[in-house]
Write a protein that binds this ligand. Structure first.
Ligand SMILES: Cc1ncc(COP(=O)(O)O)c(C=O)c1O
Length: 433
């Protein structure tokens, strides 16, 4: 097997995600033979630093020895069992741990298998909880401008990134978008929260929930805002009986510097949505953790309209739960959140060097995510693609969002590897001048 052979076979039979397939007439597809630590390796021995953690999922490197061993152990015991009417030890242990680790007041775990489906679960649960309370008019969802919550119809309906949404507009639910703080200042946080409060004053009787990405809007060009916004939104939600859904699919598991972004603001949402890093980047799994109070609204003698009759075949998959338990073991045993402070501080120093480039408009950072925003380019120039190609040629995988370049490496990256990742990108951006 070589790179060319696999590429040819691939393009014969595959349709890749988030891709204009015709691009691959000129843009080479990279066949990966194996991966270890932060490195991906192709069939010709070229290796690439995975600076985006393979779409933000990988926490502790590829083929991590410890996670591998735990999945292998599980593989010989139980691979999967239906979760309706049955249970298993890995899912129970994982749920006990998540209830302990998520903000206080989140007590019940409902599983699915990717971020979008978990967002669907949270939206349906929110609406249904109000309905079970006799409030049938509370059927409208609010989200933030520039938000992203996934690609299924419900998740796309609460998103607000034109690139993904506009084409499908006629198919989507009607939702409302409210302001996101325009920058990371506390003033911007207060101003945006006022707009939401104004909306609640007018329409709270029809609002089921607000869904937001706490602190960082990922696919929305890594836009960041002040934690005070979350504090204020929590207060407003409580005041007007509107649920708060914290979509931590991207920011969860340490990306913001705390295990969960909600901790930074010290708030408890009504639903927290987790996926991506949950299994360390190994297997598809997602979970919605909610309160006993919400759970109680569904708990009664059998009534098909009151129970939450939502399911996915692979709900609570045992192998995925084993991977998730192993991932949490590493967080605990290796004091990851504390160690990440050093990595984040080192990246912060390096990030400053980008500021002096004339084609850089701003830099920003929250915890383990660093961003360099470029200026002076039109979208048709596909500037991100040029940077992607340059860096790949030098053995670094970064995947800019338009004119926004970001670094989100696995937590095992060393200072030397950070140097390579950031210096290569610096040269790529400089070479555009
Ligand atoms: C904040 C957020 N929510 C939801 C999703 C959807 O997750 P998935 O791609 O697993 O469906 C994503 C994916 O990037 C995300 O960033």
């Amino acid at each position: 097997m070589n790179n060319l052979e696999l590429k040819t076979r691939d393009l014969d039979v595959l349709w890749h995600p988030c891709t204009q397939m015709k691009d691959h007439e000129t843009l080479p597809l990279i066949p990966i033979k194996k991966a270890h630590g932060i490195y991906l390796e192709d069939f010709e021995g070229n290796s690439y630093i995975d600076a985006i953690s393979s779409w933000w999922v990988n926490m502790f490197g590829h083929t991590n020895t410890y996670i591998n061993s735990k999945i292998k152990e599980q593989l010989d015991t139980l691979e999967h069992v239906i979760l309706a009417g049955f249970t298993h030890e890995p899912v129970v242990r994982l749920s006990e741990r998540l209830v302990k680790l998520t903000p206080p007041g989140l007590d019940k775990c409902f599983y699915s298998d990717n971020g979008s489906s978990a967002v669907e679960v949270a939206l349906k649960m929110s609406y249904h909880a109000h309905l079970n309370d006799g409030k049938k008019d509370k059927n409208v969802f609010v989200s933030l401008k520039n938000s992203y919550h996934g690609e299924t119809i419900g998740a796309l309906s609460v998103g607000d990134v034109e690139l993904y949404k506009d084409t499908y507009a006629p198919l989507l639910l009607k939702t409302l978008q409210t302001a996101v703080p325009y920058d990371m200042s506390i003033e911007a946080a207060k101003e945006a929260a006022k707009e939401f409060e104004f909306l609640c004053q007018k329409k709270a009787d029809t609002l089921s929930a607000i869904i937001l990405e706490p602190l960082i809007q990922g696919a929305g060009y890594m836009h960041m805002y002040h934690p005070e916004f979350l504090v204020l939104i929590r207060q407003i939600c409580t005041k007007y009986n509107v649920h708060l859904i914290a979509d931590e699919v991207m920011v969860g598991f340490g990306r913001t510097g705390k295990l969960f972004a909600c901790e930074v603001a010290n708030i408890t949402p009504d639903f927290i949505v987790l996926s991506k890093g949950l299994t360390g980047g190994y297997l598809p799994l997602s979970v919605v953790v909610t309160s006993n109070e919400i759970y109680a609204k569904f708990y009664c003698d059998y009534n098909e309209h009151k129970a939450f009759l939502h399911s996915h075949s692979y709900t609570g998959n045992a192998l995925a739960c084993a991977a998730a338990n192993a991932t949490l073991d590493i967080f605990e045993n290796e004091n990851t959140i504390k160690n990440n402070e050093k990595i984040a501080a080192y990246m912060a120093e390096k990030l400053k060097t980008f500021e002096s480039l004339p084609n850089v408009s701003t830099i920003r950072q929250t915890g383990m995510i660093c961003v360099v925003e470029l200026k002076g380019y039109k979208s048709e120039e596909r500037i991100g693609l040029k940077i992607y190609q340059y860096c790949l040629g030098k053995g670094v995988l970064i995947r800019p969002l338009g004119h926004v370049v970001y670094f989100m490496p696995p937590y095992i990256i060393t200072n030397k590897e950070i140097d390579i990742m950031m210096d290569t990108t610096y040269t790529a951006i400089k070479s555009l001048l």
